[in-house]
Write a protein that binds this ligand. Sequence first.
Ligand code: ADP
Ligand code: MG
Ligand code: MG
Ligand code: MG
Length: 400
Amino acid sequence: MSTYRMLTEQEAVEYARNIPDLFPANAKLTSREIGDGNLNFVFHIQDEISNKSIIFKQALPYARVVGESWPLTLDRARIESEALILQGELCPGFVPQVYHYDIEMALTVMEDLSAYEIMRKGLVARKYYPNFAKHIGTFLARTLFLTSDLALHPYEKKKRVASFSNPELCKITEDLVFTDPYYDAATNSFNPLIREQAEALWHDDAVKLEVAKLKEGFLTRTQALLHGDLHTGSIMATEEGTKVIDPEFAYYGPMGFDIGAVIANLVLNYVAQEGHASDVQERESYQAYLLDTITGIWTTFEAEFRTLWAEKAVEPSAAIPGYVDDYVRRLLQDTLGYAGCKTIRRIVGLAHVWDIESIEDPAVRAHSEKLALAIGRELILKRESISSVEDIADLISDTH
Ligand code: ADP
Ligand code: MG
Ligand code: MG
Ligand code: MG
């Protein structure tokens, strides 16, 4: 029988006190619920004497934004804990350390990253993150390559595919990213000023066909263990450091989905700057920085991925001449296609992003939204003709 119960702030303190070696015996603990996400509770628990602090993340048996009418498996908390632990082993220092987890309580006890800021907020304020491209490119290369058939014995890999089966969370992505934005779904919401563009999308057979193929990849490929929700609200950053949080959508899927998610969220910020930065020069230099970041992510990713391939591949076909080049070429195309899907869903689908929502004037916002839809469409339709990283920045900046 499950012992699950939803914690209050006070109960979280009691629970923390009973975890061995977490806080000193004389600790004076305070607790505050700080979650701003859609699904879960997040408690910040601090010892006022030693100042030591930790984070509790607890899943609810339903989606927090909607309530009990949208039940959602607690197993996502196990998946999140296990993914964080694995990612921490594969790419040390890039995820919060997990101190303790409790499957029955759907609870993860982890490192407090309050010194870091949710990256989306920093990007809206046009902050620069000089190490981000290198960090996230490395994180992606290591977590994706090292969980794939390229690096694991096929028995071990298939065991992991089973253990990270995440059907309910995948279904959310399948619907909200790949299906609903492409017809007049009840879940969609968008600025009334872009209705014409939304309707055009619902009748855009060329895009719908390509999105169907990309969805098929998401449904059927078990290429690597993905984070599964790698938007800039799942990244905490300072000027120096980068941490990836919130892998509750983790499952075995196509690598390009994670890389594309990061790129899409930089594209969304890029279009949002049209409505935020009134100074043209300031806007253009920040947009140029975002394009450099996108280029830098792919360049780092590819270099790290090729190094891992050369040094750590166990799959015999990895040695076949030309295979790595072909693999990387297809990966870039997947990345661009998924980046396009992840861009479009944030404009016409259920969940929007603060980068764009924080543009107050609906007419100004519509300009950014139309640009996002146009770039998303180009990424999806042109992905197979793009073979070099420089072409990505050109595709984005040439779209109007
Ligand atoms: P959800 O799955 O509900 O989106 P998140 O894991 O994204 O939950 O966490 C929600 C918010 O809680 C984050 O945006 C961040 O502000 C805060 N948070 C989450 N994990 C940590 C952490 N380890 N340290 C500090 N703050 C955190
Ligand atoms: Mg989140
Ligand atoms: Mg959040
Ligand atoms: Mg989440």
